[in-house]
Design a protein around this ligand. Structure first.
Ligand code: PHE
Length: 495
């Protein structure tokens, strides 16, 4: 209960059976604004302590023509008086004008009399029933003088005459008024007055407040989080950008550093370094964008040699390799990176002896036909833990922590296969009762790590950003993320 509610309840308890009018409540509470009565009345009625009764009243008052009629008599009354005072032969329009009636009065005035059975017969006015006209006009005049400029409740007036005068311009005006009264319910009347003293409420938590002790016994004003407010319509970051920022924050919080890399890479770093066989179907032009400029991206001979040995016979990794002949030209073909794993691998090659936990969020390119769930350009969230005791549980915990910080607590891993990891897992999250695959992970094989110059294990993962965005933003179609539809974008949740 707010302090205002208490004040109002206390005021009403001074006379628990009373039906309170607005002015009485204002007097009794000492408030100067009806808004407080309405507000507290409403909330007390929602708590079942007060009943609000609405009274609808229709009020009638004289309009400008009506006020004139009050002074001078109704138009029909004035003409009728002239009629009665004039002898039969002279009841012509001509003599009506001579009597001082203006054209704009005479016309409507005769119209009114005609409706009461007064007719123009060969230029002269003649009434069918003079008594009837006299009594009708006298009723009308009584009606007007009964109102006399004040507000009169419609129920106390003749309904037919209200109907008659509301059809005439400017005579009366009608106003519908709703007034409320407030009375205590049984529950309201039995509230203990002792509980209604003013309580200091804290509406805003400030640093100053927290520095002292005053907040300790205090009550905090509740916020109504369901209260309607304006929807902000200003500029905002694109939802994808906002999501990237959030992911970045989560990994930074988890102690990871961020790395970047170029879109243009050699096939060698993008694939051979990852022990992807040169004959792998994903390496064909159907899947990968090879470049004509630059057609060749040079790779240091030292790496080409190492990859050649590993791919051909395993070198001293304990592996037997893929066999066949390694093609160093193939390894130097220019392409658009097909995954961001190229960044983490190059990071290890540069820092083989430095333990590191790094992540990157970057764009990758694959020859995909665009549909509801595929784009030829999309983003991956990539990362590694490269240190002496890196292991699979560490990897799984890291991914679970990441997803739980993103709001998804149910994460599972399933065995999978990638040419460059052993063991390999696929990461799924539970979404609306369904397991959705979001990425791959594993421990880099020695065929990968040895040429890079490290003997430590490397936990690695790569996840699709757009898939995650679709879940978070509740989209059915991946293309919605990149259509410049400002209205739709503006309505996507703020992350
Ligand atoms: N690069 C893989 C992909 O593009 C994901 C992955 C990264 C898997 C690292 C294992 C380890 O789907």
């Amino acid at each position: 209960m707010s302090n205002n509610d208490r004040v109002m309840l206390k005021a009403m308890l001074t006379n628990p059976s009373k039906e309170w009018k607005i002015q009485e409540l204002l007097d009794s509470t000492g408030w100067d604004d009806q808004v407080y009565v309405a507000g507290s009345g409403q909330s007390l009625s929602e708590s079942g302590l007060v009943v609000v009764t609405e009274n609808h009243r229709r009020m009638v008052s004289l309009d400008f023509e009506g006020k004139k009629a009050l002074d001078m008599g109704l138009l029909e009354d004035r003409i009728w008086k002239w009629y009665l005072a004039t002898n039969e032969e002279e009841r012509t329009m001509e003599s009506l004008f001579q009597a001082g009636f203006q054209r704009n009065e005479a016309g409507p005035g005769i119209g009114l009399l005609k409706a009461m059975g007064v007719n123009l017969v060969s230029g002269k006015l003649i009434a069918d029933d003079e008594e009837l006209v006299t009594s009708t006009i006298s009723d009308r005049s009584d009606f007007i003088s009964k109102i006399t400029g004040e507000n009169i409740e419609a129920t106390s007036l003749d309904q037919d005459l209200i109907g008659h005068f509301s059809g005439r311009k400017g005579l009366i005006s009608i106003e519908d008024i709703v007034s409320r009264t407030w009375s205590l319910t049984v529950k309201g009347a039995s509230v203990d007055e002792g509980l209604l003293s003013h309580v200091e409420m804290i509406g805003e938590v400030t640093p100053e407040l927290l520095q002292g002790d005053s907040w300790k016994g205090a009550k905090f004003k509740p916020f109504d989080v369901n209260a309607p407010t304006l929807t902000p319509t200003g500029g905002r970051p694109h939802p994808m950008q906002a999501l990237i920022e959030r992911i970045r924050k989560v990994f930074l919080e988890m102690g990871f550093s961020e790395i970047e890399g170029n879109f243009v890479q050699s096939a060698g770093w993008n694939m051979d370094a990852l022990y992807i066989p040169q004959s792998h179907p994903a390496r064909t032009m159907q899947d990968t964008f090879y470049l004509s400029k630059p057609e060749k991206v040079e790779v240091r001979e030292e790496y080409l040699d190492l990859w050649a040995k590993v791919h051909e016979h395993g070198h001293d990794t304990g592996s037997r390799g893929w066999g066949g002949k390694f093609d160093k030209q193939e390894a130097q073909k220019g392409l658009l990176r097909t995954h961001t794993t190229v960044n983490t691998v190059r990071h290890i090659a540069k820092n083989p002896n430095k333990p590191s936990r790094v992540f990157g969020i970057g764009r990758v390119f694959r020859q995909e036909t665009i549909d509801r769930t595929h784009l030829p350009e999309f983003h991956q969230i990539e990362g590694i833990i490269h240190e002496e005791n890196a292991n699979l549980p560490m990897l799984i915990t890291t991914l679970k922590t990441f997803y739980s910080k993103m709001g998804y607590d149910d994460v599972r891993v399933r065995p999978a296969y990638f040419p460059y990891t052993e063991p390999s897992v696929e990461v799924d999250i539970l979404w609306r009762g369904e397991w959705l695959e979001l990425g791959g992970a594993g421990i880099f094989r020695p065929e990968v790590t040895e040429p890079l110059g490290t003997e430590w294990p490397v936990c690695a993962w790569g996840m699709g950003l757009e898939r995650l965005a679709m879940l978070i933003l509740e989209l059915e179609d991946i293309r919605q993320l990149y259509q410049p539809d400002l209205e739709k974008l503006g309505k996507m949740p703020i992350l």
